[in-house]
Ligand binder design. Structure first.
Ligand SMILES: Nc1ncnc2c1ncn2[C@@H]1O[C@H](COP(=O)(O)OP(=O)(O)O)[C@@H](O)[C@H]1O
Ligand SMILES: O=C(CO)[C@H](O)[C@H](O)COP(=O)(O)O
Length: 585
């Protein structure tokens, strides 16, 4: 790491991902990244049973089991990132912490924490610690789909004017669906909860002792449009006990992106080793902070943040309704422009799943012998193929579909497998399926009058060159990658610099501190033509399974739920039946 001049000041950006938190130390004057630290969440993503070290056991003396589609996290893991990753980044940078002037964080979203009035997560209260609904519901918790379906149906029937701002469909990942699930399945926990808080804001609360709701998640995930939330009347029609959800659990002071939410408390200063009293920026989302990190805040610059999932964010001058987009929010990325978001719930997650469950041990051994990771090994084998040679087409819905169908009851499929199909064939088909998913989103923007002029990729997956070339070829767009390996954390650092008063606004800070482009991938005409043919097959399958011609995926999920038949502790038996009938739990 570079030696550092004394007069320089620094900011810290912390990116809270799905499995770890990453901190970077960034120089304010030019955005140079001087050091970083990573901390893996000890409890990672909780999907099967509540971890006994925090939850203990259930009344039956067994670990508390979770039904399918659940994805929880343990809030203290997030505090631990502050205790470990931030000091590690400072040590790596070799700077004097006294020269740090601000800190900002970005988070996965919509990731929700039920808390008491002082911000204590319900899962940290003794009597709730073995109740699943007391834990953080991670963005990819998809068990609130029945609630999302009811919200969508009712909103469409009533012609709610906020619905088109979300492409006509609200996701089960978001604040209202997850909140309604909490009410209907654990009314006691719901009653105990004083605030239903985005983790993006909870961590800021931990840092500065103040709860400020960030404008980004309030808009994209909290249905806050034109200064209003969905009405009590609408909420009561969903469930009479949900009528005051906004006024009693959700509504709170909203902070502008890049503003200071408050100042570092003595306690958080002790965790991080940073000076007490430095600026703490208003929270933000991992995807949205990355646009300034990529210097891509002008209309038409589409940034795909590709990691576990992919988020597509882009600014536009006009308000347009794009079918199936995640949302459009005034000032959702930077002030003064409409910020659009779309996305794919599973991308790296799908490749990761396949390497874990679909690849035989001899491949893992061969990868290790070649000194390669399994992804790199499969990528190398897959890159030797001509387009279409594997004879496969896949749908990228292993974690459901977030755009443009917005349906988490959909699932993955690979068509064309034979006895000759090898792991590298399926791996490549899955890479291609995600590229077609992105192409579907780009097409939806374009046909709705939101032009996509540039395509920029950030996030962990940019390190896979085959994947990047497939995306360029499948979309027909020249693709440039961001020069920073820590795009979201750099984006947070940019927000910290603005919150500390070092720049007037995010645009000015992005121009000075944003990353220069890394690699550029140009579409190869014959590949574009070959992928066009395959994309048409993808579209046929997409519409057949996704638009109601064949609801087999929905039926399979229902059969799976019935077979699993789990009842949660603290969950009112039969609540699902009452929930479907729309009667209060
Ligand atoms: N070389 C690779 N090619 C494709 N996918 C990869 C590769 N290496 C890791 N992955 C996938 O990338 C994902 C992690 O992405 P990353 O950006 O690091 O995390 P996050 O999205 O949580 O911020 C994992 O789901 C993993 O399966
Ligand atoms: O929905 C999102 C942002 O709105 C992201 O997809 C979610 O936060 C997960 O991010 P990652 O793939 O980086 O873990």
């Amino acid at each position: 790491m570079d030696a550092v001049d004394a007069p320089d000041s620094f900011v810290i950006g912390v990116d809270y991902g799905t499995l770890s938190g990453r901190a970077v130390v960034v120089r304010v004057r030019d955005g140079k990244e001087l050091g970083s630290g990573v901390y893996d969440y000890p409890h990672a993503v909780v999907t099967d049973v509540l971890p006994e070290d925090v939850a203990g056991r259930g009344a039956d003396g067994q670990a508390v089991r979770l039904p399918g589609e659940w994805a929880l996290q343990v809030p203290n893991d997030y505090r631990d990132v502050l205790r470990h990753a931030v000091p590690a980044a400072i040590a790596d940078a070799g700077i004097d912490p006294a020269a740090v002037v601000g800190i900002a964080t970005d988070f996965t979203a919509c990731t929700m924490v039920p808390v008491t009035s002082d911000g204590t997560p319900l899962s940290e209260l003794d009597r709730f610690r073995n109740r699943p609904h007391a834990y953080v519901k991670l963005w990819r918790h998809h068990a609130a789909q029945p609630q999302a379906d009811r919200i969508n149906q009712l909103a469409a029937e009533r012609g709610e004017n906020w619905l088109p701002r979300y492409g006509g469909l609200i996701s089960s990942e978001w604040e209202f669906a997850k909140g309604l699930q909490l009410l209907e399945e654990d009314p006691e926990a719901y009653a105990e909860m004083d605030h239903w808080v985005e983790a993006a804001d909870w961590i800021v609360w931990q840092l500065c002792g103040r709860y400020v709701r960030n404008a980004c998640t309030a808009g994209y995930k909290g249905i806050y449009q034109d200064g209003r939330y969905p009405s009590p009347d609408f909420l009561a029609a969903l469930n009479p006990q949900f009528q005051d959800f906004v006024s009693t659990k959700l509504e709170h002071t909203i902070g502008r992106l890049g503003d200071a939410a408050g100042y570092l408390t003595a306690e958080a200063a002790a965790w991080t080793g940073l000076p007490e009293g430095i600026a703490v920026a208003v929270g933000n989302v991992d995807a949205h902070v990355t646009a300034p990190a990529a210097k891509a805040v002008d209309p038409g610059q589409l940034v795909a943040i590709m990691g576990t999932s992919t988020c597509h964010v882009m600014n536009g001058t006009e308000l347009r309704e794009v079918p199936g987009m995640c949302g459009v929010v005034d000032g959702g990325i930077v002030d003064g422009l409409w910020g659009y978001e779309a996305g794919q719930s599973g991308v790296g997650d799908i490749f990761g799943w396949f390497t874990k469950y679909g690849v035989p041990p001899e491949y893992h051994r061969a990868a290790a012998e070649a000194g390669l990771g399994i992804h790199e090994y499969l990528t190398e084998l897959a890159s030797r193929q001509a387009i279409g040679q594997h004879g496969l087409i896949a749908l990228d819905w292993h974690s459901g579909n977030r755009s443009v169908l917005v349906d988490h009851e959909l699932s993955g499929i690979v068509v064309g497998q034979t006895l000759a199909t090898r792991p590298e064939d399926t791996y490549r088909a899955l890479l291609e399926a995600t590229a077609f998913g992105t192409r579907t989103i780009v097409d939806a923007f374009r046909s709705s009058g939101v032009p996509v002029q540039e395509f920029i990729v950030a996030g962990g997956l940019l390190k896979n060159p085959l994947l990047m070339q497939i995306y360029a070829d499948a979309t027909g767009l020249q693709l440039s990658t961001i020069g920073s390996a820590q795009g979201p954390a750099l984006g947070s650092a940019i927000h910290a610099a603005v919150a500390a008063g070092k720049y007037a606004d995010i645009r000015e800070a992005a121009a000075a501190m944003g990353s220069e482009p890394g690699e550029v991938y140009t579409p190869i005409p014959e590949n574009v033509a070959a992928y066009e043919e395959l994309f048409q097959e993808y579209k046929t399958l997409h519409d057949y399974f996704g638009r109601g011609s064949n609801d087999v995926m929905h039926r399979l999920k229902a059969i799976q739920r019935r077979a699993a038949g789990a009842v949660l502790p603290g969950v009112t038996a039969g609540s699902a039946v009452r929930a479907t009938a729309g009667v209060s739990a």
